[in-house]
Design a protein around this ligand. Sequence first.
Ligand code: SAH
Ligand code: SF4
Ligand code: F3S
Length: 473
Amino acid sequence: MEELLLTKKHDEQRQGEAYLPSYNIAAKYSRLFYIESYGCAMNFSDSEIVASILSAEGFGATSRVEEADLILVNTCSIREKAEQTVRKRLTEFKKLKVAKPATLVGILGCMAERLKSKLLEEEKLVDIVIGPDAYRSLPGLILEAEGGQKGVNVLLSRDETYADISPVRLNSNGITAFVSIMRGCNNMCSFCVVPFTRGRERSRNAFSIIQECHDLFNAGYKEVTLLGQNVDSYYYTTDASATPVSFANLLESVAMISPDLRVRFSTSHPKDITDDVLHTMAKYDNICKHIHLPVQSGSSRLLQMMNRNYSREWYMAKVDRIREIVPGCGITSDIITGFCTETEEDNEATISLMKYGEFDMSYMYFYSERPGTLAHRRYKDDIPEAIKKRRLAEVVETQNKLSQDSNKKDIGKTFKVLIEGDSKKTGSDWKGRSSQNKVLVFSKANYDLHPGDYVNVKVNDCTQATLLGEIVN
Ligand code: SAH
Ligand code: SF4
Ligand code: F3S
């Protein structure tokens, strides 16, 4: 097979049709890769960049791991459990490697960055370890691995943003897409491993972002989500004299592509989201009225230990400001229970702040100490797991009630919904989301509609997680 492809390569070159790089990539045209992503949307978005880099090398994506020549796992280190999930998955790949020893296994992402070459020692089946800023070197590492040389590249960069790489959309519904606008994080929240695994914050070229969003819209996509760990600190400038592009400017430019292209963004840090951003949201109908505003804790003492740079009162004032400038805006959050020294009163403070914020939804976790973080070095992880979990259960219960209340308030209201596809449960219902990011399920009835269409839906009923409605004209 290799010989055949190689011959073809030389023929092509002789005819002057194509220039192919000197190393033997032609042999890989029949190769398949399989990629799994864990963790945040940024990781998923990175997998699409990796897919693009690999497709330029002649690798096609497969969703069937058994037929892959290259298995990639894009990993997350945010909590211990995230790493355990990956370790478990690797043991499953072991069987595949025994059956087909030529299969290469690569670990990508945050766990690769955190554990570096240790991963090669600990997980014998792994051939390649590659960190989030080193994906351009993947083809080279694959070549080496094929020659029997295991490879590691975990160099972090101050300027890599993969701006020029056009991502290959994976698992796409053809309607919604992620667009990465920045990488890394400079915040150093004491509990968080991200600054260590993703490096310094840097913003991607604004023109390449807008171009990518344009291209998506022209390809039929109707919604883009601009991604960064802290989107409000987006700041792009070509040189010192040029006018810098702020996040509000960027948001506006993307919103102006078309009123039919919805724009979302995540994540906003409460200390950085500006009135400018809120006013821009209010100005454009197609900028979705939803802010993911992780609070982490409702206790100012803990927020300080977490190095979040805002207090309980500041967060409350931010919620007020959002409600004032962007009426009806959905607010969702992230919460950690059982952080170092947390008392019952602190947990009560978190619960009361959740109620104040009337969060529509939250991602809730109990604290998981991460090696190397500020909290690991400075504080004792002193809350017993049983207490962390009990407090988490209280927080979850509070959120369930808040979600239920928030959904009940929507009964009788009509929302403009972007249809994303069939509802999971039945083919006779559509599923889509409102601007506020709530999921709506509604009967297709006799309307001739398709995924990607906008439709007005009146809410008649709800569950804790979903609004149920019907199409109205
Ligand atoms: N950049 C985002 C968060 C990214 S990590 C922000 O600043 O809000 C996603 C969430 O994981 C965090 O908001 C936090 O709630 C949670 N998290 C991060 N580190 C954690 C840890 N060590 N233990 C438990 N949860 C953690
Ligand atoms: Fe982690 Fe804080 Fe950065 Fe979010 S802002 S990624 S929680 S360090
Ligand atoms: Fe996880 Fe890395 Fe994202 S640690 S949450 S995959 S930035």
